[in-house]
Design a protein around this ligand. Structure first.
Ligand SMILES: *Cc1c(COP(=O)(O)O)cnc(C)c1O
Length: 361
């Protein structure tokens, strides 16, 4: 028998979550953001659940080929554009729309031989300071692109640094609006947090993390607040039970010591499966749907949890590390991420290759 750990991707949850984005931005077209292998879910596994999107947005050309191989004929957007001139060939062959964020990418386009002019999204650096033309250079870039026979429609795109936090989006929105005021073209501004938290609609909104059932602004709001469902479950089983006496400790570094008699379960899940080692004692976990906490350090292949108060749990009991538990129970990935000092994005993207994944309810 293989180790009892598995991950399950839930297509119905993906579809539900995407519908939430639609409801929040009803007159916008919707990019399903599937970079990083659909945030760790697997592009092919996530595709069915996300196919009601108007397009797929990602970064990696190999991932764009995989979306086409799923049978998708609609728009695909490369969020970082081309990395070298010959990427433009694949953009032509696969009909990929691409971001243009730097002058070099315009040079490459100008030298590119294509039958079909390309749809491009010109990126404004409105304050994030990662990619995009500075406001003073934006119009010049637009004029240059507009003169190229290689370019078809030009759309305008920017990205928010603080849509999930207290600073908000107003300062960047003001820069975008001033800079692009009299330029034609479709607009794409909103990520998940801007869609849900700020209700910001534009021609093309970009739904990433919300589709996967993680609240972009946790802990201010959780998935229940936004009516999102976990799109990934990580689960395993208890493979051993130990009875501790007061003073006994658990695992490497003896970082947890029992204060009283305590029954603990040992679970076949560790950091080599993608469960974060930064989770300290007390991180939330479900045993047969009942909530308890981890104990001591997470090791490579195992972790321990508290079974006091769970007398019926034992070897073979189902353990939900995140996602859906038995009987309609649920543990949001955001809660586990918070216990590890990180965000849901990182946990889902870090699901380890050794964990078997299947598509299921
Ligand atoms: C990843 C990404 C998104 C999606 O962000 P979420 O917070 O996951 O919704 C949107 N736009 C760009 C440019 C991105 O890189």
């Amino acid at each position: 028998m293989p180790r009892p750990i598995e991950a399950i991707v839930h297509p119905a949850a993906l579809a539900h979550n995407l519908a939430r984005a639609r409801a929040a931005a009803p007159d916008s077209r919707l990019w399903a953001v599937v970079k990083a292998n659909a945030y760790g879910h697997g592009i092919e596994r996530a595709f069915e659940g996300l196919r009601s999107a108007d397009g797929f947005a990602l970064l990696d050309l190999a991932e764009a080929e995989r979306v086409r191989a799923c049978g998708w004929r609609g728009p695909i957007l490369l969020l970082e554009g081309c990395f070298e001139p010959r990427d433009l060939e694949l953009c032509s062959t696969l009909n990929l729309w691409h971001v243009v964020h730097a002058a070099e990418q315009i040079d490459w386009l100008a030298a590119h031989k294509t039958q079909q002019p390309h749809r491009v999204f010109l990126k404004l650096n409105s304050g994030m300071n990662r990619l995009g033309f500075a406001p003073a250079a934006f119009r010049g870039a637009w004029v240059r692109l507009n003169q190229l026979p290689q370019v078809d429609e030009i759309s305008l795109i920017t990205h928010f640094s603080d849509a999930d936090g207290p600073r908000g989006i107003a300062h960047q929105l003001a820069v975008f609006e001033t800079t692009t005021e009299d330029l034609p073209g479709e607009r794409s501004l909103s990520n998940s947090a801007a869609i849900l938290r700020h209700g910001l609609r534009n021609d093309w909104v970009r739904a990433g993390i919300l589709s996967y059932g993680s609240a972009p602004d946790f802990p201010a709001h959780d998935i229940r607040h936004w009516d999102l469902q976990p799109a990934m479950t990580l689960r395993s089983r208890i493979i051993a039970v130990q009875q501790l006496q007061a003073g006994d400790s658990v695992g490497y570094g003896s970082s947890y010591t029992a204060k009283q008699s305590q029954r603990i379960g040992v679970v076949a899940c560790g950091y080599a499966d993608g469960y974060p080692r930064h989770c300290g004692s007390g991180s939330p976990v479900l045993v047969d749907g009942a909530r308890t906490g981890t104990l001591g350090r997470v090791s490579m292949d195992m972790l321990a949890l508290d079974l006091n108060g769970l007398p019926y749990a034992g070897v073979g009991s189902e353990v939900t590390l995140w996602g859906n538990g038995p009987g309609g129970t649920r543990l949001a990935i955001d809660e586990v991420a918070a216990a590890a000092g990180t965000i849901g994005y990182e946990l889902m993207c870090a699901l380890a290759p050794r964990v078997p994944v299947r598509v299921g309810d």
